[in-house]
Write a protein of this length. Structure first.
Length: 151
């Protein structure tokens, strides 16, 4: 896995301060709105429900990234990464900065980055013998390890 230095990403002046400034300008112009708590939870859940998006977010926790470098680092196609980044941007989880012909992506709010880090620190207890209560569940995360293993 490459580091932020390997990707040529320079950590600029206080990312949190820069993002707060951008968010305030967008809010002042009516270009963004403050989401409700339920909406925030749904957006975060949607963003992390997909493995590729989760891997992208984990990479962006370390440092801002560019689609081509993220695709190479995560062994995904550029198109796939771009689509997932568009989803994450639409959910309000990542923000973009245009740098000439390139676009840099980073987690939009330091609170989101901290929340993801706290989730990573959480201990999740899984009962492999428990049966899923939702008959329509296709995730396989609550119905035992046998369904999680892919051939």
């Amino acid at each position: 896995m490459s580091s932020s230095a390997d990707r040529g990403v320079e950590p600029g002046p206080s990312a949190a301060a820069r993002l707060a400034s951008v968010q305030q300008r967008l809010y002042d112009r009516g270009m963004i709105t403050i989401a409700t708590r339920v909406d925030v939870m749904q957006r975060l859940g949607r963003a992390m429900a997909d493995e590729a998006r989760t891997r992208i977010l984990l990479s962006l926790l370390d440092a801002p990234g560019y689609p081509a470098e993220l695709a190479e680092e995560l062994d995904l196609t550029r198109s796939n990464v771009s689509n997932h980044l568009a989803c994450l941007r639409g959910c309000g989880i990542v923000a973009t900065t245009h740098e000439g012909r390139r676009t840099r992506y980073e987690i939009a709010d330091p609170h989101v980055a901290k929340a993801i880090q706290l989730l990573l620190d959480a201990v999740v207890t899984v009962d492999d013998d428990a049966q899923c209560q939702d008959e329509g569940c296709t995730l396989g995360c609550c119905a035992g390890r046998a369904q999680l293993v892919q051939a």
